[in-house]
Design a protein around this ligand. Structure first.
Ligand code: MN
Length: 477
């Protein structure tokens, strides 16, 4: 996907100025080193041009967003109709072609040409007046900090485009009696675009039966390259390979990028998907256990924003109060994208689900700064909760723990962090991401028009309680 760059100007300063504006705009576009391409579209001078280009942006499936910048003054009433129609994410880049002021040469011609400090204020007003959701980035366009901010907005816009076309397959329903994995699928489709639908586990079993031994041989080769395992476990692992191939075929057929399953509905299956779900997540698919389609969708969106990133479906499990750490894991399904070392495939009995001992990947998670994300349905609205966490190397080997694991301390500190998460209603299932930035998250939530609750070094339980009450006021509609 591409981003469109539109420069604001007007006819007032003459043809020469407009030519220079266009030349400089193209130089800016060329100088932006971003994860996704930007295309210079036009220097806008009239209401008709602006309306036309915004309609084109809406209609072009390859256009992921629009970047505007006013090189000169560009009267904003001519932007109203176009901006009111714009449905794509909008970034107002408040920059200037030159970094400094040339003291000797500066005259009124120079002032007319280089007046984004002036023109971008007019442009900013109309954005505010229209209550248009937009991201604003201020600073010199060559600076790495400015370019990184644009890059994070691009990732949010790409995530939004992906989200609006995301299909999620549910094998079986949500785990019985669980509240937090429930949600209003109609509201989610309206806000996030997700199409969440169910397929019978029997359909998956029929697909599994049709998988050939040759197909399984191929996938076993891939497993052998990526992971270590014992020869005696081969048959159990082949069962997971069969499940993975069948699930992926159904995902591809339906154009889906995320799925859920549940240990309470495995009719006709020998094993709960463990390795199968983990390897599919490593390929970029979203996954949620126990029917958790919200976390499945969120994992897929995070992977779309950071295609080579380290993110996983995760679950807060147990505490170490002495070291002030959370031990996170799941009964099987943690993504090897967050593995610190080469994962091992192991086979162990599973206490629940009443099936054969499944093969799963076992490893320790990487260290470093990360975020835990949770999407909850507050009744009438979605709340995206994001907590800053610091991942640590697990404090001991835990030789009897037969699953992948990670340990982390939440911000602002362990106990306040826990209180804040509980106050906000954050789930036990999360997406643990090592790439997501505050900026990208804020941009994404604004584009999707959902509530964002962040818990970071500056958060206090007292302040958060008030913020949550304000959220109720803002989003009650
Ligand atoms: Mn769970």
């Amino acid at each position: 996907m591409k981003f469109w760059f539109i420069t604001g100007s007007q006819f007032l300063y003459g043809e020469d100025t407009l030519k220079q504006v266009e030349k400089n705009s193209k130089a800016i576009v060329k100088g932006l080193k971003l994860p996704f391409p930007v295309r210079y579209k036009l220097t806008a001078k009239t209401e008709a041009e602006i309306e036309k280009v915004m309609k084109e942006a809406n209609a072009d499936d390859d256009c992921a967003g629009v970047i505007t910048f006013c090189h000169t003054f560009s009267p904003s009433k001519m932007w109203i109709n176009g901006l009111a129609l714009l449905q794509k994410p909008w970034l107002h880049l408040h920059t200037q072609f030159n970094e400094t002021i040339p003291n000797e040469e500066i005259d009124m011609d120079y002032m007319n040409l280089h007046q984004s400090a002036h023109g971008d204020r007019e442009h900013g007003f109309i954005g505010a007046r229209l209550r248009a959701p937009r991201s604003v980035v201020a600073g010199y366009w060559k600076s790495p900090e400015v370019q990184e901010k644009i890059a994070q907005w691009q990732r949010a816009a790409i995530g939004a485009a992906f989200s609006r076309s995301l299909r999620i397959i549910r094998f079986g329903d949500n785990m019985r009696e669980v509240a937090v994995t429930e949600g209003d699928k109609v509201e989610v489709q309206l806000k996030l675009g997700w199409q969440v639908n169910t397929w019978g586990v029997g359909d998956l079993v029929r697909e599994m039966d049709a998988v050939t031994e040759t197909e399984i041989d191929e996938l076993m080769k891939e497993y052998a390259e990526l992971y270590t395992f014992k020869k005696k476990d081969t048959e159990v692992i082949r069962c997971q390979a069969r499940e993975e191939i069948a699930i992926e075929k159904m995902l591809l057929r339906e154009g889906a990028h995320a799925f859920t399953d549940t240990f309470q509905d495995l009719h006709g299956m020998k094993q709960l998907p463990g390795l199968a779900a983990q390897h599919l997540m490593a390929k970029g698919y979203g996954f949620g256990a126990e029917g958790d389609w919200k976390t499945a969708g969120l994992t897929a969106v995070v992977n779309a924003m950071y295609p080579d990133g380290a993110a996983s479906f995760m679950e807060d499990y147990t505490y170490d109060y002495k070291h002030e750490l959370i031990l996170g894991a799941h009964m099987l399904e943690v993504c090897p994208r967050i593995a610190a070392d080469k994962p091992r495939i192991e086979v162990h009995p599973l206490g629940i689900g009443d099936r054969e001992p499944p093969a799963r990947l076992v490893f320790e998670g990487i260290e470093g700064e990360a975020k835990a994300l949770s999407l909850v349905d507050m009744g009438g609205r979605l709340r995206l909760i994001a907590q800053d966490v610091t991942c640590h190397k697990p404090i001991s080997d835990m030789p009897n723990l037969p699953v992948a694991r990670a340990m982390w301390r939440p911000a602002p500190n362990f106990y306040d962090g826990l209180e804040c998460w509980i106050l906000a209603g954050g789930a036990h299932h999360t997406v643990l991401t090592h790439d997501m930035t505050d900026r990208a998250l804020r941009d994404f939530a604004r584009i999707m028009d959902i509530e964002l609750v962040t818990i970071n070094a500056d958060t206090t339980p007292k302040g958060l309680e008030r913020e949550l009450k304000i959220g109720d006021l803002i989003y009650k509609r």
